[in-house]
Each structure stands twice: as structure tokens, then as C-alpha cells.
Design a protein around this ligand. Structure first.
Ligand SMILES: [Fe+2]
Length: 243
């Protein structure tokens, strides 16, 4: 794992030194490429996970079930995640809360990039168009920009396991990402499992008994909640008042 620790140290210094996202991505792609071209350190990580599972239990799950959190910088300037892609696995078209670099460590990974062509003015509605399709082999990287500038979907086109190592910069939108459906022309929020349970609970209270729900939602809003949840509480209250 020494190679991985060195990588994190170099990324930390590079991100502190470079001013623009363009330069961070340019330099970051070289460093990620060097890291993924020799996958022995990732074998050691998996070995530890299998033989010492207790050291991994406290980590809270992310949105994607195939995600492994490898490192979070203490000052929150970047995270490094691994994704293990089972044969033919494909993700949903999505955006990101930060810039990111995706390097293929094992097998091949496909990427389709999209651009948003509507103005985003209609809640839940989105029109997108595919702009690029490529396949990255071991050591190759691709990148995304934050929010609407980085819409993409990744997939494993092979019949075996593929692995990507993803580096993400400082988050500018916390707590959720957006899923896009080009056929239905929809955009929906996707939350990590713990947040999703609370979001669904909020909606369900109002569906069962709106008058009692209002009191509960107001009480919850009086306590500390992250912004992405406050939005959900306020939307639920607005729906109750609108009935
Ligand atoms: Fe992504």
C-alpha cells in the first residue's frame, strides 16, 4: 500500500499547488495513470478487506453499491474511490458534485459522455444528447467536470471483472447526485442509502397523515440537518400546504 500512500501525498501537494481545475485534471490524470498501471497495491487492499473485515465495517455506504472508499483527505480537498465492475455492469447516466478522474486498473471500461440541451428550468425535466463514446484500457484515464458539465455513464463491456480508480476533487454540491433518463427526459436525485431512508420517511409521513406530519417536519427542521435534507423537508411542507 506504500505506492497508494505516496500517490495520495502527491495528489495532495498537486491540488494545493495548482490553481485551475484544468491543471488539476491534467496533472491528476498522469498520477492516476501511474497508479493504476501496476495494480499490486489494490490486491493488498482487497486482501486486507477479506482477511480483516472488522477494519472496514464503520464506513457508511455511498450511492453506488460497487464503490470502495480508499481515502478521504482530512481537509476534504479530494477522495479516492475504487469501483469494481462485474461483467457487463453499466451505471445510470449521472452528474457529479465535483471534478473527477477515472483510471482503469483492470480490464476495460466504456464511457459515454452527454451534454444537457434543455435550460434546466423545469423541475424533474432534462434533455440530454450523447457526445462521446470511448473505451479505456489499463492505465488509461478519462475525466468529468462538476454538475451539468460532466454527465456520463460508465460500463464494463467485458465478460470478466473490471476495476476503476476514481479521484474526485473538492465537492461543490454535497449529499446527492442526479440520474438522467434520455428516453423519459427526466432528471431525479439519488441519495446515499442512509439519506434515502430519511427522504422516503419524510414523504411517507405526509402521505399517511398530512396534519400530523406538518408538526413532525417543523420539529425536525428546528434541529440540525444537512442542506440536501432541509430541501426535502421544506418541499414536503410546501406539498402539505398546497393540498
Ligand atoms: Fe461518474
Amino acid at each position: 500500500m506504500e505506492r497508494f500512500e505516496n500517490f495520495c501525498g502527491r495528489i495532495q501537494r498537486m491540488i494545493a499547488d495548482e490553481r485551475t481545475i484544468t491543471r488539476k485534471i491534467e496533472n491528476g490524470r498522469e498520477l492516476v495513470s501511474e497508479l493504476v498501471i501496476r495494480p499490486d497495491w489494490f490486491f493488498d487492499y482487497l486482501k486486507k478487506m477479506i482477511l480483516e473485515p472488522s477494519s472496514f465495517e464503520s464506513r457508511s455506504p455511498g450511492i453506488w453499491p460497487n464503490e470502495y472508499a480508499l481515502y478521504r483527505s482530512p481537509e476534504r480537498s479530494f477522495v479516492v474511490l475504487a469501483y469494481i465492475w462485474d461483467a457487463k455492469l453499466a451505471d445510470i447516466i449521472h452528474d457529479h458534485g465535483s471534478w473527477g478522474i477515472i483510471g482503469t486498473l483492470c480490464a476495460r471500461l466504456g464511457e459515454r459522455k452527454y451534454e444537457r440541451i434543455d435550460d434546466g428550468g423545469r423541475e424533474g425535466y432534462a434533455e440530454i444528447r450523447e457526445t462521446e463514446h470511448k473505451v479505456c484500457g489499463p492505465g488509461e484515464t478519462t475525466f468529468v467536470l462538476p454538475l451539468n458539465k460532466g454527465l456520463h455513464a460508465m460500463d464494463n463491456p467485458t465478460d470478466g471483472i473490471a476495476v476503476s480508480i476514481n479521484l474526485y476533487g473538492k465537492t461543490i454540491r454535497q449529499g446527492y447526485i442526479q440520474f438522467f433518463d434520455p428516453e423519459k427526459k427526466t432528471v431525479t436525485r439519488a441519495f446515499p442509502p442512509r439519506t434515502l431512508k430519511e427522504v422516503l420517511a419524510v414523504k411517507t409521513l405526509a402521505a399517511i397523515d398530512p396534519s400530523r406530519a406538518e408538526g413532525v417536519l417543523r420539529k425536525a427542521l428546528g434541529t440540525s440537518r444537512p442542506p440536501q435534507l432541509i430541501e426535502q423537508y421544506e418541499a414536503a411542507l410546501a406539498r402539505i400546504r398546497g393540498k
